[in-house]
Design a protein around this ligand. Structure first.
Ligand code: KG4
Ligand code: ZN
Length: 337
């Protein structure tokens, strides 16, 4: 087992985690929510500056929480993409400098692989598995026959699931970021009260689509301004979760996989967790505190790369921050293939 420090600064959270193999010793996240709230979304330039202002302190806090010193570290990892380029650069440069100065191996980690690691290592899940990642920036479904081999089965054709939660939350005047607030409001609503269209109902593939659903909510709200907001939140949430579950279950049948890994910020959603756990499949969800962006998941992914030999030490130094960075194969493995 190796003691690894991981950094994620892909968007608006400065995350630093320390793991010992698959054990999380520290997970510190400095949130920038208050800073971006007044804009109703993330301001990239502000995000980079804030990462720069706090990263040293977040690293120190993580070391204190883990009760280790810099001398104890055996490797350093950071997200190299995808994300906001200025934000990514802060964590990546910091991690590289730290690793270089301490003569430690450095691992560049794909942000989505970090999310996957938070759901697999925590539960000890091994490939082969199907992996659904639903976050603010992505909604993708992969078949993962072995570590590091991500075969894209489907993805959202428009908004990511988390993005849809955030946009509908805005329509319901729940502020930013809206996913958790919408989900809290949904608890008191009737999820069958309002009929909303299940996206991509007739497809034979494994794609998702959430922008039409968002528009359906907007149209209903315009036509019936006094409609019950909790009912709307619950009906919307149920429809998103049903879409994610039905496509994933269909893919599991099609590719004969019994193990599922569900990851990304939307995996914090209680209804989603409940629905997946009800399935008669081996379902692996991240612990709630590792669900949204954090540094521990990046360190966990590095631990997998170290153990499996996927990233031989010393090969990641030339990596730069990459705002657009696909994971695995870009070609969709269609149902007919
Ligand atoms: O993975 P993440 O932290 O950041 C990205 O990589 O995008 O995901 C953030 C997304 C946001 O869209 C947020 O609204 C959503 O996850 N989210 C939720 C919940 N908690 C976070 N969506 C629904 N229900 C929740 N409880
Ligand atoms: Zn994320």
């Amino acid at each position: 087992m190796a003691l690894i420090l991981g950094i994620d600064t892909s968007c608006d959270d400065t995350g630093v985690g320390i793991v010992d193999g698959d054990r999380v010793l520290a997970n510190v996240v400095a949130s920038q929510t208050a800073l971006h709230q007044r804009y109703g979304g993330v301001m990239p330039e502000h995000a980079s500056r804030e990462h720069l202002a706090v990263i040293d302190e977040v690293v120190t806090t993580a070391l204190t929480q883990a009760q280790v010193g810099l001398d104890d570290l055996e490797a350093v990892a950071a997200t190299n993409g995808p994300g906001l380029v200025g934000a990514l650069l802060v964590g990546l440069c910091y991690a590289k400098a730290l690793a270089w100065a301490r003569e430690l191996p450095f691992f560049a980690i794909h942000h989505l692989e970090g999310h996957v690691a938070s759901s697999t290592l925590a539960g000890g899940a091994q490939p082969p598995f199907l992996c659904l990642i639903a976050s603010g920036g992505h909604t993708v479904l992969f078949d993962v026959p072995s570590w590091g081999d991500y075969r894209l089965l489907g993805r959202s054709r428009d908004d990511a699931a988390g993005e849809a939660f955030d946009k509908v939350a805005r329509l319901l005047e729940l502020g930013y970021p809206g996913g958790p607030a919408l989900s809290a409001l949904a608890e008191s609503g009737d999820d069958r009260a309002i009929a909303l269209p299940l996206p991509m109902k007739t497809q034979t593939g494994f794609d998702f689509s959430f922008s039409g659903l968002k528009t359906a909510v907007a149209v209903k709200l315009e036509k019936e301004p006094d409609i019950d907001r909790a009912d709307m939140a619950a009906s919307f949430e149920r429809t998103v979760v049903e879409s994610l579950v039905s496509v994933t279950v269909r893919a599991a049948k099609r590719f004969d996989r019994r193990r599922l890994v569900v990851a990304g910020g939307v995996a914090a959603n209680r209804r989603l967790r409940r629905r997946f756990q009800e399935l008669e499949l081996d379902v692996n969800l991240p612990p709630v505190d590792l669900t949204t962006d954090n540094g521990a998941m990046i360190a966990l992914a590095a631990a997998i790369r170290l153990v499996t030999g996927l990233s031989p030490a010393g090969t990641d130094w030339s990596t730069d921050a990459q705002p657009y960075l696909p994971l695995g194969t870009e070609t969709l493995r269609r149902a007919s293939s």
